[in-house]
Design a protein around this ligand. Sequence first.
Ligand code: NAD
Ligand code: 0WE
Length: 254
Amino acid sequence: MLKDKLGLVFGVANKRSIAWSIAQAWHQAGARLAFTYQGERLKANVEELVGTFGQDTPIYPCDVTRDEEILSVFENLKRDFGKLHLVLHSIAFAPREALEGRFVNTSREAFRIAHDVSAYSLLGIARAAQPLMTDGGSIVAMTYYGAEKVVPHYNVMGVAKASLEATVRYLAHDLGPDKIRVNAISAGPVNTLAARGISGFGEMLKYHADHAPLKRNVLPKELGDTGLYLASDMSSAVTGEVIYVDCGYNIMGM
Ligand code: NAD
Ligand code: 0WE
């Protein structure tokens, strides 16, 4: 379904990363992929994972808070691939203390960091990707229900995800004439590195499974399948959307 497509994946930290689930789906559908990693600490992990994709899989360092690192990724990609069809943005961060205390106590600095890493980065990446997406393309970002309803302790991340979702819509409008689609997947809770840093995450998974219509949690493979749909021509008239892949949790009123 993605034969001859070239893709770039942001946000693989380890094998549990949502980015890795979607990258596997894209790879199995025939796409050729490149990856970024956040810092030296994660380089070996990403190298080992992409080793299974063959030797010609480029990997580049990229801390998305640094403009010059985003630009350098796309300079390298221009040299290695020449063009680009698919981008996955699967990145979020807020300082830990902002996810623990009361929302009202969020500092200016924690607010800035959460929005810079989790929302602005999509815009910075989309701007740098656009000149390489000469055949059109698909940009996919990851979001969470805390963007629109209050999830206790998600705090400033919820506000940053609301910004990310609005950024998806404004980018979809702006890049639509270039045949570039921009969408987000709103995933139910998944036990990843980012999630395991949250106290009480185990109870959250159980609560979600108990209250979702399907009475279970989302599987990584199911996020991969939706990522594949959004990357492929199966979704050729879909842009600016937030697609819920949460076993139906978001439809419930009580
Ligand atoms: P993860 O820890 O595997 O992935 C988060 C990634 O963000 C990591 O690869 C990390 O390196 C990267 N990152 C953080 N700061 C960065 C920076 N400054 N520069 C570059 N990269 C940076 O966790 P995950 O759960 O796979 O998270 C991926 C995405 O999915 C996030 O946007 C998250 O909000 C979203 N999401 C997660 C869940 C969940 O329950 N796990 C649910 C819905 C949405
Ligand atoms: O987007 C996320 C989590 C993103 C995240 C995780 C961390 C942990 C370590 C962002 N920043 C940090 N900073 C750290 O220092 N999710 C959707 C998973 C998640 O996190 C929650 C959730 C859910 C769900 C936090 C509180 C309540 C629910």
